[in-house]
Design a protein around this ligand. Structure first.
Ligand code: ZN
Length: 280
């Protein structure tokens, strides 16, 4: 919103500067779909979701960026991001950047990402620097609203600049903290990808990785590779930790499920459980 105006992207590809009616103005965010008439935003259409930090409505997918080296990939952290993204029901796309920094794309990398592919995630191995693997990401972000996420230093800004030619963001630009609770002049911008139906937020999401809204008992639903064994443990409410007759544990032992992913699951389950106890 600039000076009380918003820029509404029309179905025909044009953009119109509009003024939101009083009440709508307070509750309107980038990504919202609206009805306009004579330069006024008259109606706010129901939204699919609202990402809180930064505030972006109707987010469809998250490009979850990590780098192989500098900084070294941290799978526990990757899993934490995935839990958050799954709990919000966004579609995560995993980008592993800086593959140019390893001598050879050896089997270890394939091995390391295999659990994620097996869980059904799209995994992109890229080098933004050397322009490797970007075509597929281009395609992935050509529909809907995408938000980038990931630790700092992994190349989010550089990736954004490649995906949005002319965006010209400087490193550090997009990681500026948004002020909370106040309207800032610099709100999130949605940048158009190379066609009319794809948008990317210029500010990364998930600046806080608190698992606040998540119950320990729900965590299992955020590990999609567990889904195929749903309700097949001895106990229906099995949390796959110490219960007898647990099929998930069995599959981990057999190597069907990744033990590192399962370790992450256990770690975060215990954390959430511990937090729950504090309020008992
Ligand atoms: Zn189980």
């Amino acid at each position: 919103m600039i000076g009380g105006f918003v820029f509404v992207h029309l179905d025909n590809g044009e953009e119109e500067r509009c003024k939101p009616r009083g009440k709508i103005r307070e509750d309107m965010y980038p990504g919202d779909r609206v009805v306009i008439e004579d330069g006024m935003v008259e109606e706010l259409l129901p939204r699919e979701n609202l990402l809180m930090r930064p505030k972006v409505a109707n987010v469809e997918q998250v490009l979850l960026v990590q780098s192989l080296k500098d900084p070294k990939i941290n799978f526990k952290l990757l899993d934490r991001f995935l839990i958050l993204i799954e709990s919000l029901e966004y579609n995560p796309l995993i980008v592993i950047n800086k593959i140019d920094l390893v001598d050879e794309l050896d089997v270890n990398i394939e091995k390391a990402v295999a659990p994620y592919k097996n869980a059904g995630y799209q995994v992109y191995l890229t080098s933004v620097e050397d322009e490797i693997g970007l075509d597929k990401i281009h395609k992935a972000v050509s529909e809907g609203i995408t938000v980038l996420a990931g630790p700092s230093g992994v190349g989010k800004t550089a990736l954004l600049n490649k995906l949005i030619p002319g965006a010209n963001l400087k490193v550090g630009d997009i990681s500026k903290k948004l002020k909370r609770g106040t309207h800032t002049t610099r709100e999130v911008r949605l940048l158009k990808t190379n066609n009319d139906s794809g948008w990317i937020a210029d500010t990364p999401g998930f600046s806080t990785l608190e698992l606040d809204g998540i119950e320990a008992e729900d965590l299992k639903f955020y590990f999609p590779e567990f889904n195929q064994y749903l309700n097949k443990c001895k106990f229906n409410n099995c949390n796959h930790i110490h219960e007898p007759g647990c099929l998930i544990k069995e599959k981990v032992e057999e190597g069907e499920l990744s033990s590192s992913r399962y370790e992450s699951y256990k770690t975060y389950f215990e954390k959430l459980k511990e937090r729950g106890r504090q309020y008992d």
